[in-house]
Design a binder for this molecule. Structure first.
Ligand code: ADP
Ligand code: MG
Ligand code: ZN
Length: 476
């Protein structure tokens, strides 16, 4: 039996307005080469000036990842040739990163595990090559060149593809909570490389293989799983695993070699002479610390103790800061934490495609949704009716009271009214009543259905149940 070992390297784009060493905009999706200047195009003689906002965001991220912040760190040049790298080198922090020795706790179905973080460094992004198949030409867009990133390097602490995915999920959520990253894996604002090795118990770690650019939670799991299996087959047939860099092909569900050991790049790192030593003062760290709000895990734990929610509900509600804020606003109006959580999670979320973005501007105002829940609680509308009007509540932005009035919804709540309807139903279905009496008790559901239909869903189902049972017992 082999044990697998996984370490991740994650690049996260910092949400600054401008680039790391110049004042060009970082806006995504603008026409190619419109956000460029001599600095980020690598013109000779152009000098970089460090963006303080980027450093602050990086420090914030390092703090929530429980890292030690280095008072002094420095920048280095990583040299390599590629068309999307106009300077011929990338500015990064190789010899002395600004943060080290942290951890992030993940929750594996209730079991907690700390994944250690080796280091975090600040670096600039490269441009983007665009390959056009029709013209068989390659174009380069430098809008991304010089955009600020942090690279987070974990220790090889993960043991399965699921753990690696869970780490990435938690990291993404944490960085989004503190507003330093937008969490967009598809657009590349969060990129993940996975290092994978296997070894036998009580033996030293195996040789790792690095898989580059995994851009979805699903692919990261599938790629690692494939790689573990591939290495196992190699070792079992007497072959060796060599260090190499691979890419994952999601269509074929395979990893394949991009660079082998022989092609190992020599980056000829050396200190960047155009930038000063980066000093981060204790008081700056304290200021940044004071800006950090409650984090997802703390929020979930508070939701469980303060609102008596289940682990699953609290976990889901706090998965996005905006969803959590929305929930708390609703219950500040209606003081119904349990019922609100139920309706929010099991009904409203069915109409929401993306929890992360859609609650920045919620589909229905918290006041209106609070009132909606209140009406259910007071039995002014029944569950089935509430479910029926929910889509309109979301789409029309109308007040829940207006919708009820316009649809002419009346709730039938008096026992007398319900009994009248029940008696009518029993009268109309004499044969079924007889069969019920003869022992075909399954027919009870049929009667409930008939009554609910006759009331057009306006009667409280629980009351219908009770009254119907009584009525059937006395009827002949
Ligand atoms: P490099 O800078 O060449 O990428 P590092 O030593 O910084 O190499 O390691 C990169 C990543 O590889 C880290 O996330 C680390 O946890 C992981 N790693 C190191 N050794 C192993 C191993 N034997 N198996 C799996 N992952 C490993
Ligand atoms: Mg690496
Ligand atoms: Zn620029």
């Amino acid at each position: 039996m082999y044990k697998s070992v996984i370490g991740l390297e994650i690049h996260a784009q910092l949400l600054t307005k401008t680039k790391l060493f110049c004042s060009c905009s970082t806006n995504y999706g603008e026409p190619p080469n419109t956000n460029v200047c001599p600095v980020c195009l690598g013109y000779p003689g152009a000098l970089p000036v460090l963006n303080k906002e980027a450093v602050n965001m990086a420090v914030k991220a390092a703090l929530v990842l429980n890292c030690k912040i280095n008072r002094f760190s420095s920048f280095d040049r990583k040299n390599y040739f590629y068309p999307d790298l106009p300077k011929g080198y990338q500015i990064t922090q190789f010899f002395k990163p600004f943060a080290e020795d942290g951890y992030l706790e993940i929750n594996l179905r209730g079991k907690k595990k700390k994944i250690r973080i080796e280091r975090i460094h600040i670096e600039e992004d490269a441009g983007k090559s665009i390959h056009n198949k029709e013209t068989n030409k390659t174009f380069v867009d430098f809008n991304r060149s010089g955009v600020p990133l942090i690279e987070i390097v974990t220790k090889p602490d993960m043991e399965s593809p699921e753990e690696a995915a869970e780490f990435l999920k938690t990291l993404r959520q944490t960085l989004m909570y503190i507003d330093v990253n937008d969490g967009n894996l598809e657009e590349g604002s969060l990129r993940c490389d996975a290092n994978v090795s296997i070894h036998k118990e009580n033996e030293p770690l195996g040789t790792r293989v690095e898989i580059k650019n995994l851009n979805s939670f699903r692919f990261i799991q599938k790629a690692i799983k494939y790689e573990i299996e591939d290495q196992r087959k190699k070792l079992e047939s007497g072959e060796k695993v060599f260090f190499e860099t691979k890419l994952y092909d999601s269509r074929k569900n395979k990893t394949y070699t991009m660079r082998s050991k022989e092609e190992l790049l020599d980056y000829r790192y050396f200190p960047e002479p155009d930038l000063q030593i980066l000093e981060i003062k204790e008081e700056e760290i304290e200021n940044i610390k004071s800006e950090i709000d409650e984090l997802p895990v703390q929020k979930a734990e508070r939701f469980m103790s303060e609102y008596k929610l289940s682990f699953d509900d609290a976990f889901l509600l706090t998965s996005s800061k905006y969803l959590a804020n929305y929930y708390e606003k609703i219950i500040s109006h209606n003081k119904l934490p349990k019922k609100t959580a139920n309706w929010l999670l099991s009904e409203l979320l069915r109409y929401v495609k993306d929890i992360d973005t859609e609650f920045v501007n919620p589909p229905v105002s918290p006041e209106n949704f609070a009132k909606f829940i209140e009406k259910i609680e007071k039995r002014e509308i029944t569950g089935p009716i509430a479910k029926e009007i929910l889509p309109e509540l979301l789409k029309s932005k109308k007040d829940v009271e207006t919708i009820i009035k316009e649809r002419g919804i009346k709730s039938i709540s008096s026992d007398e009214e319900i009994l009248n309807i029940i008696n009518q139903v029993l009268e109309d279905n004499r044969e079924q009543v007889i069969r019920y009496k003869e022992g075909k008790t399954k027919l009870f559901g049929f009667f409930v259905g008939q009554v609910m239909k006759a009331t057009k869903g306006a009667a409280d189902p629980q009351k219908v149940n009770t009254l119907l049972k009584e009525a059937l017992n006395v009827s002949k």
